[in-house]
Ligand binder design. Structure first.
Ligand code: DPP
Ligand code: ZN
Length: 854
């Protein structure tokens, strides 16, 4: 099957100056009329090749003349015609069956709503088109439908007309004044509850904000609406960027492949990132809503006003926009914990991707199915690369670069190189070496060695960087690493920056004590794996003394990894050091001001964090060690957990930094209390029954499950009944069932798939069950009898026929088969072969599976 390559990029030979679409909407028979004004840019080119998939072509008119089937060539991927004119119109009529479209790409119909998803290449499932982001066109669209069933007919831009037709249908016409690539086109038709408000921009314009959500759910959108206002204000203040249309619409739908989509003026969101209330959503859900609302809004400039030349440049908009949303979130809540969460994503999922058959640079060079490249590498590592630029240039320099970028490229489709060039030119800095981050994949290992010369009172740090080969690239070069550091126990206590540009470098500190302790890679200033030879005592000293909260947490992470490695090597219980108990005792009696950070410091890292540091991954030994660590902590500090729990027990339900921190800390304590048999009943039951937030209620359930509380099943039954009307809460309940560490989980998953609210067509339901099973239930997923792998393989096969994009996301845990012991290797390999050999397997799944087996 063919790959597309970045190296093969050619500019388009035609431009589509305007695109006028008419949709006659019907679930089983929608007719689309596309009227295109086309201009030939390269007169040597006589063939126009438009992409199209899953379409029934009804007719084509060229300059007003109906073409016959001999005048063009049609296959299942394209429509080709010979053109003689430099300017011409094309009118293409196609028929679609939105209800049969379970892939949820292009135009689909679910839950009585018409909805589109065009990124990356979904527009070619609506009409034949130049479906590439560097073709920018002025769009207008007329939506025609029965107004009783679909009172709201929405599309991008400004509403310019609404009238009733003689046949009783309604026509609404929209015009988008900004040229855009077709991946940003959207339409939605349905019946909704609406929530609206106004926003005054910095320059005094009024913007209508409108949220469209499922009937009866209107009140759950108010947090998202307020988040949107905060995001709009924040982007004006921090980046000087204002919204540019009169109207900003957000529609929430339950059937959606991704989190959300930044269509110009008409965002479509997965409902779980819009609908929240304290009773039904956790603090984490609230956080996600605010950050994704921010993310999609920020795309209006970084993505829509300036877009990507081709899909290999995806990180141009995604890395930058994730960076922007992370900065926004940081200003809205606990800055330290936000950074910790972002770093966890890199250290677990992104490092794992680097080590997998799917390894790719943030700007990939070849792609079979673009949907497979909406990855943690392109997004989150992409954001780290932007963050490094920010660190190197400083806030003022970075903002100067942003201004130059918009000045040069507003209204254009550009490359990652164009972005770096703007940063370079605005700062008169040579960023040539830095650009390697865009082409080199993999995780650099940075090692730090110390030597102290007592006579000269001089401390020397020797730094070395090396990036191991990845599946896609054997040769690696040194990268530019901005390294933030601090010297603990010396006069120079503020943090400083060292920019490492070669494979080896050293740093000397004069006139320091032997006890001075360098804290390297503060705030994770470069996305690398750090190797050092610090002792437990030194690390615990950083954890207790460092002024930087991230550094404290990070030092503890190093401790945990070291202890776990010893436990795994010993193959038996490893006794945690007294220093840790003392430190925790202290924290539990006197938490830091940042309670959320306190809760993070008190956490034993998850399986995924540990696993990433091994090859082969000793699954069972890691799980045993985690259980043992948690047991030791719960028993040794029983009184302190209870004391702290009681101190924090009463919390105000609203999502506010103080309350969020308090809940995080309280629920951390509960997690350990639940491991003590004598505490279980009262504490868990009480918290479950008296909870005034979903955060607390769910925490009680999770603690009960992890603690093996016998009443857990009764609580789950109660929870399932109480929330049966709310699918977003049921997703949590599905997930809890699927993360049951007991072999009974297989029967439970079978039952869940029969549940009347479960649907293979709905990605949220499928992910709720199978994401939880594969990611949160390592013990059962990685069973040595292969049952877990077989279940996932069957699921991928079943789903691939329905929704290949979601199937391909689900297959990821099978890919890294080489990282396990030989027994698991052969089980995983067999599973992958079963997938590869299946006739009709989608490109989405095939690309990943074939890479894994290569
Ligand atoms: N572009 C979307 C986002 O990341 C995903 N399709 O916001
Ligand atoms: Zn995005």
């Amino acid at each position: 099957r063919p790959f597309k390559r970045l190296a093969d990029y050619l500019p388009p030979a035609f431009s589509i100056e305007s695109t006028d679409l008419t949709f006659e909407l019907d679930p089983v028979n929608t007719v689309v009329t596309a009227e295109l004004q086309i201009r030939r840019l390269d007169s040597k080119v006589v063939e126009l090749c438009l992409q199209g998939q899953q379409l029934e072509l009804l007719s084509v008119q060229y300059k007003g003349h109906l073409l016959s089937a001999d005048d063009y060539q049609l296959d299942d991927k394209s429509l080709r015609l010979t053109v003689q004119d430099d300017r011409f119109s094309l009118v293409i009529k196609t028929r679609l069956q939105p209800q049969a479209n379970t892939a949820l790409e292009g135009l689909y119909y679910a839950n009585n709503t018409f909805c589109t998803q065009c990124e990356a290449e979904g527009f070619q499932r609506i009409t034949y088109y130049l479906d590439r982001p560097d073709v920018l066109s002025l769009f207008s669209s007329s939506l025609i439908a029965d107004p009783q069933q679909y009172p709201f007919l929405l599309s991008n831009g400004n509403k310019v007309e609404q009238r009733e037709l003689t046949d009783g249908r309604r026509l609404v016409r929209w015009q988008d004044p900004f040229p855009k690539p077709c991946y940003l086109f959207a339409l939605v038709a349905g019946d909704f509850d609406t929530l609206s408000s106004e926003y005054q921009t910095a320059s005094g314009r009024t913007v209508q904000l409108e949220f469209y959500v499922e009937k009866g759910q209107g009140s759950k959108a108010s947090f998202a609406l307020e988040s949107l206002k905060r995001a709009m204000r924040w982007d004006e203040e921090r980046f000087g960027l204002e919204y540019d249309l009169e109207r900003y619409m957000v529609v929430a739908v339950d059937f959606f492949n991704m989190g959300a989509m930044e269509n110009k003026g008409l965002n479509v969101f997965n409902s779980k990132y819009v609908l929240v209330s304290e009773a039904s959503a956790t603090d984490k859900d609230f956080f996600n809503v605010e950050s994704i609302i921010g993310h999609e809004y920020f795309h209006n400039w970084t993505g829509n006003r300036v877009t990507c030349r081709d899909w290999f440049q995806l990180s141009l908009k995604e890395g930058l926009t994730v960076f922007r949303d992370q900065e926004f979130s940081r200003d809205m809540g606990s800055a330290t914990v936000n950074r910790i969460d972002a770093v966890q994503v890199i250290r677990t999922a992104q490092f794992a991707e680097d080590a997998s058959p799917m390894a790719h640079p943030i700007r990939p060079e070849q792609v079979m199915e673009m949907n497979n490249f909406y990855t943690v590498t392109v997004y989150d590592k992409g954001a780290e690369v932007i963050r490094m630029l920010h660190t190197l240039l400083g806030e003022a320099g970075f903002q100067a670069g942003m201004r130059l970028y918009f000045q040069r490229h507003d209204g254009q489709a550009v490359t990652c190189d164009d972005f770096v060039q703007a940063m370079q030119d605005a700062n008169q800095q040579d960023l040539t070496a830095f650009r390697r981050w865009y082409q080199q994949s993999g995780t650099p290992v940075l090692s730090v060695k110390r030597s102290y010369d007592a006579d000269r009172r001089q401390l020397t740090l020797t730094l070395q960087q090396k990036t191991p080969p990845t599946a896609d690239q054997a040769q690696k070069q040194p990268l530019v690493l901005p390294i933030r550091y601090q010297l603990l126990g010396s006069k120079r206590s503020s943090s400083e920056l060292f920019v490492m540009t070669s494979a080896q470098a050293s740093l000397t500190f004069d006139n320091v004590e032997a006890t001075a302790l360098p804290v390297v890679l503060e705030d994770f200033s470069a996305p690398v794996r750090l190797q050092h030879d610090y002792s437990d005592a030194e690390l615990l000293r950083i954890a207790t003394e460092a002024s930087n909260g991230f550094a404290r947490w990070d030092a503890l992470q190093s401790c945990w990894l070291g202890w776990l490695q010893q436990a795994v090597a010993k193959g038996e219980s490893y006794e945690l050091p007294e220093g840790l108990f003392d430190f925790y005792q202290q924290l539990l009696h006197q938490p830091l001001t940042d309670l959320a950070l306190t809760a993070e410091l008190l956490k034993v890292p998850d399986y995924a964090v540990f696993a990433e540091n091994f090859s082969p991954i000793p699954v069972d030994a890691i799980l045993d060690a985690i259980t043992d660590f948690r047991r030791q902590l719960s028993q040794r500090l029983a009184g302190a957990w209870l004391h702290c729990y009681q101190q924090q027990r009463q919390t105000t339900p609203d999502y506010h930094e103080t309350n969020v921190g308090q809940r995080a800390l309280k629920n951390r304590c509960l997690e350990f209390l639940a491991l003590l048999p004598e505490c279980n009943k009262t504490v868990l039951e009480q918290q479950y029954r008296n909870a005034n937030t979903m955060t607390d209620q769910l925490a009680a359930l999770k603690a009960a499950q992890q603690g093996g509380y016998p009443g857990f099943h009764t609580l789950m039954e109660d929870f399932g009944k109480a929330w049966q009307h709310d699918v977003l809460v049921l997703d949590k309940w599905f997930g809890l069932h699927a993360s049951n560490p007991d072999p009974a989980v297989f029967a439970q998953i079978e039952a869940l798939c029969q549940h009347d609210k479960f649907s293979w067509q709905n990605p949220n339901r499928v992910r709720a069950v199978f994401h939880a099973f594969t990611m949160l239930n390592p013990g059962q997923f990685h069973r040595l009898d292969g049952r877990g792998y077989a279940l996932l393989t069957d699921t991928v096969i079943q789903l691939d026929g329905i929704n290949p994009q979601v199937a391909a996301r689900l297959v990821t845990p099978l890919l890294s088969w080489k990282r396990f012991d030989t027994e698991r290797q052969s089980l995983l390999r067999a599973a992958l072969e079963r997938l590869a050999d299946r006739a009709g397997i989608s490109d989405d799944v095939f690309e990943k599976v074939s890479k894994a087996l290569a």
